[in-house]
Ligand binder design. Structure first.
Ligand code: FAD
Ligand code: FES
Ligand code: FES
Length: 1332
């Protein structure tokens, strides 16, 4: 594939390596076309039209052979710091659109390609261009801010030079801005701080000048014009690629190789070969054959060649729709609708129409609509041509199979006729760039001038293994009127006819069935409404309150605003408190930022691939490596026997294990590893290792099973205050319930990566790792190898996202690589594939909260008794601590006078779960907010009233007797209420709900108290090392890890303030155990707090030494003072140290001071749901956050937004699925959906609370990495509010449980109606089977 070629490939000439391309800017994120990290621009020249076409594509799926004659532009070609930084790169960085930076090159390439085609794109084009790019850090808002600066139409908010938002006058979202200062700031502070909404200044940006772009290589143009087209053959190690130029030749080839696939976009064949072990020795590439690229308008429709890309099809249809009368284009419109959301732009640019049709995947969005619309396929084989309606293939009519020798030449899409109506529908786990759960194509033709059905076609995708036709239903309904009776009968017939088989992967049978008939109902409504336009007298159309369901949710360019306080009187040189760009921002955007797999190869380097357990609990009977060792290039197989010293690490009673020894305890556990001369060989060999198992009992996968088997990690934790039992006797009401919260995959964009390099003497080894905790890597690698820690040098320049997932897990993986490096004496590179990373490394703990809550009729909660169970997986990791933290933070913002809570960490046979942003709090606080909402349901009061009544109000104590001043909590709540105009919007939502039956709005506001602390002093100690060189430049290092949170940028800001020199004089190189020993993990939001103190300390030490020199020459320059200091033999190097916070917790007594301070916040979110599909749209979110005095508002707001969007993922869409045997199914972005651009609120505002001080942390700031994640649950509760409104209207039970993630499936199930009733299977299972 192009990606591996770009990143590593050596160009061989006569078997001698000539040069390495090594363009490492293009990143590997998933290898399957799902994340966009590998986006490049492909340019081709068409000599007949003399047109150059530029399109974005995923390099990970693009076969290098299909690029003959094409130009490839990677991020390096767009711009670099060595030459010129391109405006796209500059603006992405300066608008703070990169955090960890791993997605940035892909983002740049998507935007750049769009601009090459449309220098002034519309916001819609821009947002569509990014649908195929995922970012796990930013929450997309700043990326879109950068995009907006290129858009023709002004979109809020491009920050006018005066710092005011362009839509101040237009939208109430922004017109609160001035009032913030006036209403809520004490007078003194109002003068000290200025409210600011500008995180960047567009005045600084270079203009986009299309004339400066790289031209299409003239030699390729000449080649295209002069060279006659001839068949191309490419022979690889195992495969042959043949690219013919004529149809006859293609047919001959196909006859000769009937099993050879025709590869056009490779988006179907590629993933099969990569992930499902399919192998094709011969591949035929028909893309250059003119007959397969034809675009022809005919009398009765449009003919498109099978090799036309889906983008070309989309453009052609768009044009046709604008040119032909509406009556003729209903099929075109329906097909176009599917094309808009099919894959991302990179996929559509290469995937072919023919490929989509022929692969006949059940999930094809095109087949149902094309089949329903009577599209006709032109097929050819040697000596034979035929045309068959696509519908025949799926409806089982006539000679309906396509033989292996046949190829699809073209597809004819007919015009629609008078009295004909065509629709297409789809519902996917995410609105864009996600395969459908179910889709449909439907067409009806009426007898002229009537509503009598003459011809009806209904096709579904997603229901069975391929597209299916409701043939009998259609013929039974022919001749019937289009009315309610027909609808009712149609639904019953469809349900009877369309079998939806259950599948091993736990498919959503009931949901699919409901969608199938809901889609038909939607079609029914569409047609009724259309009939009305033809003859309003006879056809009254649909009730007005049904109208809105005919509008699909669309992704719009979001509007956003960020509010923070700037200090107008601050010295211009002092960068603290300013929105400074990420120190590596430009390098992220140019692709120059180096991650582990970008490091140049070391001489003799080997590649490592792991062999993992396929059983959840089993004895290893034998391991047969003989076949693996025969694979070319294989060096060795490494297992537990090769570990020189520690293979099992005992941080508690149960061990963390490097290689499984004798038995396996989860699917995905590393059993052994293969090292070979390339990653391809290592993976091929790993697949050939045979392991024989003997299954052991019990196999415990879920929390329920762990409870049954009493399988827990010790200790269990408990907290209690007041007298719970007594309180329950005096309350008016008691509710009991439970909520299940699913786990979450970290989905850092850079997968776990290690490069272990033995240094050849004294057992020294350099270990380059993508980790949050270099010291633990050093410790674990040293212990595994049995050498002192002083021989292991761990280096971390930056990490492409971590979120808690790169702590202990990285240590174990580093040990695997180090043991292999030690055994072979070679450098070993170990980069986990996305699939292996998701399989092996665990994530956020699935959670069950069981609660009993006693409360008074006026809403006062008096007693709470809760039990939390978390699924820890097979080893302890930090599960007991996560459980404990979930107890300490469970009160969120509420005073609960009588409380008893227990937390249990369940030991199961799933991969071990670990730390994840929020560390137990996002789960336990969701449980709390759930019972708060239930109390509201029971008392008839609103949820916000229950929240207010029970909120901490004055100086109080938490349930573990720590003092708490909630003043800023209340301020955040009130400000959020005001900024969001909560009550008026709630009223408006209610009004909307009254007027709309199938669409409902919901709104919710949720408070946040996030305690900051790590529980013990030693965990928050930190060190820094600062050198000043004689030219005045400063090299800074500290123990913190840069993983996107901007810690190095902030540390340079701190050093700049302390030393009073510009940031540009200070450099940060890497975090390393050689410069800062024993550093604590960068975790728990504490990085800036603790390392900032250490950096400040080091700088102050230096300044103290320099002071006499400065005093002597106060007008001197920094360089003069440094020179003088050197000449006076003053040491210009200093360490700084911070001892840590005095935190403690006595679990015996259930009291302590485990936290140092509290962050506060509130978020209000509004959503709209589609009751027929369960789909939803995030309309608006307002966040107010107290983070003290921000050191860098751009970075901090970025953390809040990024965490919030990750929270949306956790609570509403990210779903891990396992087989009954404990095999994780969701192993890539195709199956596991994290939020994309389409998921962020259409209006998004973040305000930092003014005049908040924090005496405990550096410059009165607060650690902000984690807190915002929980606020994602405001969307969860807004959805719940919308569902409640549906249920109230329909007279359904008021008490209902919604689990997390609150997916479309659950929403649909909760909006029970005639359709759900028709679906025979019970819905009960849906809610209770989600997590565990
Ligand atoms: C990340 C991702 C997201 C996707 N999202 C969606 C989605 O939302 N909706 C959806 O419907 N699809 C989706 N797809 C599937 C995608 O649309 C299809 O894989 C694509 O259309 C196939 O076209 P291709 O040219 O890439 O096929 P290839 O992989 O090149 O070929 C696929 C198959 O079609 C056969 N074939 C191709 N052309 C011909 C021909 N002319 N005659 C006979 N046989 C032929 C080949 O032999 C091969 O077996 C997605 C795919 C990916 C990777
Ligand atoms: S790496 Fe290519 S799309 Fe993810
Ligand atoms: S900045 Fe986008 S993934 Fe990290």
């Amino acid at each position: 594939m192009l990606l591996s070629y770009l990143r590593k490939r050596r160009i061989l000439f006569l078997s001698v390596p000539l040069f390495e391309i090594r363009l490492t800017g293009t990143k590997y994120g998933c290898g399957g076309g799902g994340c966009g990290a590998c986006t490049v621009m492909i340019s081709t020249y068409e000599p007949s039209s003399k047109k150059i076409r530029h399109y974005s594509a995923n390099a990970c799926l693009l076969p290098i052979c299909c690029l003959y004659g094409a130009a490839v532009t990677t991020v390096e070609g767009v711009g670099s710091t060595e030459t010129r930084v391109h405006p796209v790169q500059e603006r992405l960085a300066k608008c703070h659109g990169s955090q960890c930076g791993f997605c940035s090159p892909g983002m740049v390439m998507s935007i750049y390609t769009l601009l090459r085609n449309y220098p002034e794109p519309t916001p819609e084009q821009m947002i569509a261009a990014l649908a195929g790019n995922l970012c796990r850090c930013t929450g997309y808002r700043p990326i879109l801010d950068a995009c907006k600066t290129f858009c023709k139409e002004s979109v809020c908010c491009q920050r006018k030079a005066n710092g005011k938002c362009c839509s101040d006058q237009e939208d109430d979202l922004f017109d609160k801005e001035e009032k913030v200062g006036a209403n809520s700031l004490p007078l003194l502070v109002f003068f000290l701080f200025k409210v600011s909404t500008s995180l960047f200044s567009i005045d600084e940006f270079q203009p986009l000048d299309p004339t400066q772009e790289l031209i299409f290589p003239p030699e390729l143009m000449r080649m295209a014009e002069n060279q006659p087209k001839r068949t191309l053959f490419f022979h690889g190690e195992r495969m042959t690629w043949i690219s013919p130029v004529s149809l006859d030749e293609l047919l001959d080839l196909k006859a000769a190789h009937p099993k050879a696939p025709l590869v056009v976009g490779n988006t179907g064949v590629g993933p099969e070969m990569k992930f499902r072990g399919v192998f094709h020795p011969v591949v035929i590439a028909p893309a250059r054959i003119p007959d397969l690229n034809v675009v022809k308008y005919t009398e009765d429709g449009l003919t498109l060649g099978a090799a036309c890309s889906l983008s070309v099809a989309k453009d052609v249809l768009t044009n046709a729709i604008s040119e032909f009368p509406e009556e003729k284009t209903k099929v075109f419109c329906a097909v176009l609708k599917q094309l808009r959301t099919l894959g991302g732009e990179q996929i559509r640019n290469v995937a072919s129409l023919g490929g989509n049709i022929i692969s006949r995947k059940s999930t094809s969005d095109l087949n149902p609509v094309l089949a329903a619309s009577n599209c006709v396929l032109s097929l050819a084989s040697r000596g034979k041509k035929r045309r068959i309606p696509l519908s025949d293939i799926f409806a089982g009519v006539g000679n309906n199979t396509i033989t292996p020798e046949e190829i699809l030449v073209s597809v004819h899409i007919p015009h629609s006729r008078k009295g004909e109506y065509v629709c297409a529908f789809r519902q996917a786990p995410r609105r864009e760039n996600a395969l459908s759960i179910t889709n449909a194509g439907m067409r009806v033709l009426f007898e002229e001038g009537t509503d009598i059905i003459k011809d009806l076609s209904i096709f579904y995708g997603g229901a069975a293994s391929t597209t299916v036709c409701a043939k009998q239903t259609c013929s039974a309904l022919t001749g019937r009127h289009w009315n309610e009776q027909t609808l009712d009968e149609a639904c019953r017939l469809i349900l009877k006819e369309i079998a939806v088989p259950g599948s091993a992967s736990g498919e959503k049978v009931d949901y699919k069935k409901t969608l199938i008939i809901s889609f038909f109902y939607r079609f029914f409504l569409e047609v009724l409404q259309s009939l009305k336009t033809t003859d309003p007298y006879h056809y009254p159309g649909i009730p007005v309150e049904y109208g809105s369901v005919l509008q699909d949710f669309k992704t719009k360019m979001p509007q956003s605003i960020q509010i923070y306080q700037a200090k107008p009187d601050q010295s211009p040189q002092d960068p603290v408190g300013r929105p400074i760009m990420h120190q590596s921002g430009i390098k992220h955007a140019t692709g120059e930022a180096v991650y582990i797999d970008d490091l140049p190869s070391v001489d003799g380097e080997l590649f490592l691939a792991v062999v993992t357990s396929s059983r959840a609990h089993a004895k290893i009977v034998s391991i047969d490596t003989s076949e693996a060792l025969k694979v070319p290039g294989v060096f060795d197989v490494i297992s537990a026997h090769d570990v020189p010293a520690t293979n099992e690490f005992y941080y508690s009673d149960d061990p963390e294990i490097v290689f499984a020894r004798n038995k396996v305890i989860c699917v995905g556990q590393i059993v052994c590893a293969v090292v070979a001369d390339s990653d391809v060989h290592a993976k091929q060999a790993a697949a050939k290792v045979k392991i024989e198992y003997e299954v052991l009992e019990p196999v415990i996968l879920t929390i329920e099973e762990a409870i049954k088997h009493n399988s827990f990690f010790e200790p269990k934790r408990k907290l209690e205050q007041g007298n719970v039992d007594q309180a329950f006797e005096t309350v008016d009401n008691i509710i009991e319930g439970e909520i299940h919260i699913g786990g979450q995959e970290h989905f850092y964009m850079e997968t776990q990566s290690v490069l272990a390099v033995p240094k050849g003497e004294d057992k020294e080894m350099d270990v380059y790792v993508s980790t949050q905790h270099p010291a633990v890597i050093q410790e674990m690698v040293a212990a595994s190898l049995g050498v002192p820690a002083n021989r292991i040098m761990c280096h971390v320049k930056r990490v492409g996202g971590a979120f808690g997932g790169k702590l202990l897990k990285s240590g174990l993986l580093a040990s695997v690589a180090a043991v292999a490096a030690k055994k072979t004496g070679r450098a070993v590179r170990f980069i986990l594939s996305r699939g292996d990373d998701m399989l092996i490394t665990g994530g956020r703990h699935p959670f069950i909260g069981k609660y009993k809550v006693g409360f008074m009729n006026d809403g006062r909660i008096r007693a709470v008794d809760v039990n939390y169970y978390i699924n820890g997986g097979c080893t302890p990791d930090e599960s007991v601590l996560v459980a404990a933290v979930s107890l300490l933070k469970m009160d969120n913002a509420y005073k609960i006078p009588n409380l008893r809570c227990w937390a249990y960490a369940c030991k199961t046979n799933l991969p071990s779960n670990t730390a994840f942003r929020g560390f137990g709090f996002p789960q336990s606080a969701l449980v709390t907010e759930t019972w708060i909402t239930e109390v509201a349901d029971k008392t008839g009061l609103s949820p916000e009233k229950i929240r207010e009544i029970n909120m901490y109000k004055e100086n109080e104590q938490t349930h573990f007797k720590q003092k708490l001043d909630p003043q800023n909590l209340i301020r955040c709540w009130n400000e959020c209420m005001e900024k969001s105009a909560y009550y008026s919007r709630k009223k408006a939502a209610n009004e909307f709900n009254k007027q709309n039956y199938w669409k409902k709005k919901g709104i919710a506001i949720v408070p946040l108290k996030f305690p900051f602390g790590l529980g013990t002093r030693y965990l928050s100690q930190a060190s820094a090392l600062v050198h000043i060189y004689t030219d005045g430049s400063v090299l800074l290092t500290h123990g913190g890890i840069e993983m996107g949170q901007g810690i190095h940028t902030k540390m340079i800001q701190v050093a700049s303030r302390e030393l009073n020199i510009p940031m540009s004089s200070i450099h940060f190189c890497e975090t390393s155990t050689t410069t800062v020993p024993n550093a604590c993990a960068s975790a728990g939001s504490a990085g800036t707090d603790v390392n900032g103190m250490a950096v400040k300390d080091a700088c102050q030490t230096l300044l103290k030494r320099l002071q006499p020199i400065i005093n002597k020459n106060p007008k001197g320059t920094w360089n003069e003072w440094i020179k003088e200091a050197f000449e006076q033999s003053v040491s210009l190097s200093a360490t700084g140290y911070f001892r840590g916070y005095n935190e403690n917790m006595d679990w015996e007594k259930g009291e302590g001071q485990p936290f140092t301070y509290f962050l506060f916040g509130a978020a209000c979110s509004e959503v709209e749901i589609n009751c027929l599909t369960g789909d939803h749209k995030n309309l608006r979110t307002d966040i107010v956050m107290d983070i003290g005095c921000s050191i860098n508002p751009a970075v901090d707001i970025g953390q809040i937004e990024g965490a919030f969007v990750q929270g949306i993922g956790l609570y509403t869409m990210e779903e891990l699925k396992y087989s009954p045997e404990g095999v994780l199914y969701t192993r890539g972005p195709d199956q596991y959906k994290i939020p994309a651009v389409c998921d962020i609120p259409e209006q998004f505002s973040v305000s930092l609370l003014s005049s908040s001080q924090n005496p405990h942390a550096i410059y009165a700031s607060k650690g902000i990495g984690e807190a915002g994640l929980f606020l994602g649950c405001s969307v969860f509760f807004a959805l719940r509010d919308a569902v409640t409104s549906v249920r109230n209207e329909r007279g359904l039970k008021t008490t209902f449980v919604l689990n997390s993630p609150l997916t479309a499936e659950q929403i649909r199930a909760s909006c029970a109606d005639d359709f759900t009733e028709m679906v025979t299977e019970s819905w009960g299972g849906v809610c209770s089977s989600v997590s565990g």
